[in-house]
Design a protein around this ligand. Structure first.
Ligand code: GTP
Ligand code: MG
Length: 319
């Protein structure tokens, strides 16, 4: 199938075409880039919801509950579960599939995992591209679930239009989320497992902790900390309504900022690749000992290597 035919299929709602397209994009294939270009004019319709938090906080359970709630309201949802390839993730994918299987026969739901080990050009870049394709396929909501453990995951969350940080009622979760800067990245902080004892007081502790981080913009956000139970469904409807209520103008601003970061990250990756060019790499190998001996200054060596990296290929210019 040609890229054009695949793009047409995806836009027309063909789920098999979508699955194939996602695989191309995930693999970082040239066809994947061409596919994204072919659907670019369709982008921007879906609301993108980021769901992140520490391992085991109940993100997948909550996404499942959100999907159920959205479907009850007639809203079509796609889910991208980013597998962090961290020590925590063993078996998580299978668990997610089992949990999500209640939606298996519903055409208004599409669930896909991104295996981060396959991500060629950076985890965040790949998930952004896959989210674009899900947007082009016409879903109203695209939910991206990721474990909030590293910079890459944080960037994935920052790409979303709106973000929920999911914590379970434990001090450990709270400390981890604060250390990772997650709390600041979220529109709402969800204290999940509200059916467990101690959940309500955990919510109060987080509200108090927000007060302590006033200088990082976290003050006066008590209303943004929601007590929810994915298990019983309590608070899920309110959470979905909250996530969908972010005004279009705010979303538009965030998209402009996200696009700028996306282009910047792509430029950084391209520059990093350039230093692997044979000319630059061999100069680096010879100049490094020269710098150590004091024959060449570090600055001079860097200038020379950069010039070779960004300069024209000598091979290509040979007649
Ligand atoms: N009591 C209770 N348990 C919950 C709730 N939500 C999730 N759990 C349980 O918490 C455990 C982890 O849930 P997951 O949904 O897999 O959590 P996760 O954050 O997606 O986990 P990872 O993707 O592995 O980081 C499971 O045993 C769930 O059954 C809840 O609202 N109440
Ligand atoms: Mg999960």
């Amino acid at each position: 199938m040609t890229v054009d035919a695949l793009a047409k299929g995806i836009v027309a709602g063909d789920r098999r075409a979508l699955a194939r397209g996602l695989s191309l994009v995930e693999a970082g294939a040239a066809d994947g880039a061409a596919l994204l270009d072919a659907v670019r004019s369709r982008l921007g319709r879906a609301r993108r919801i980021g769901v992140t938090g520490p391992p085991g906080a109940g993100k997948s359970s909550l996404v499942n509950a959100l999907v159920r709630e959205a479907r009850a309201a007639g809203v079509e949802v796609a889910v991208l579960a980013v597998d962090p390839s961290s020590p925590f993730s063993g078996g998580a994918l299978l668990g997610d599939r089992v949990r999500m299987s209640e939606h298996a026969l519903d055409r208004g739901v599409f669930i896909r995992s991104q295996a981060s080990r396959l991500a060629m050009g950076g985890l965040a870049a790949t998930s952004h591209d896959m989210t674009d394709l899900l947007d082009a396929a016409g879903f109203d909501l695209v939910v991206v679930e990721t474990v909030g453990v590293g910079q890459s995951e944080l960037e994935i969350v920052r790409q979303a239009d709106v973000t929920a940080i999911v914590l379970a009622p434990s001090m450990g979760d709270m400390v981890q989320a604060m250390k990772a800067g997650l709390v600041e990245a979220g529109d709402v902080v969800v204290v999940n497992k509200g059916d467990l004892p101690g959940a309500a007081s955990c919510r109060d502790e987080i509200v108090a902790a927000f007060g302590m981080t006033a200088e990082s913009g976290g003050a006066a956000r008590a209303d943004d900390v929601l007590l929810v139970s994915a298990a019983t469904g309590d608070g899920v409807k309110e959470l979905l309504a909250r996530l969908r209520s972010i005004p279009d103008v705010v979303v538009a601003e965030r998209r402009i900022a996200a696009d700028a970061r996306r282009v910047d990250a792509a430029v950084v990756r391209a520059l990093a690749d350039l230093r692997l060019k044979p000319a630059a790499a061999s100069l680096a190998a010879t100049l490094t000992p020269a710098v150590r001996r004091g024959d060449v200054s570090l600055e001079e060596a860097v200038r020379t290597i950069v010039a070779a990296a960004v300069g024209p290929d000598r091979e290509a210019r040979r007649p």
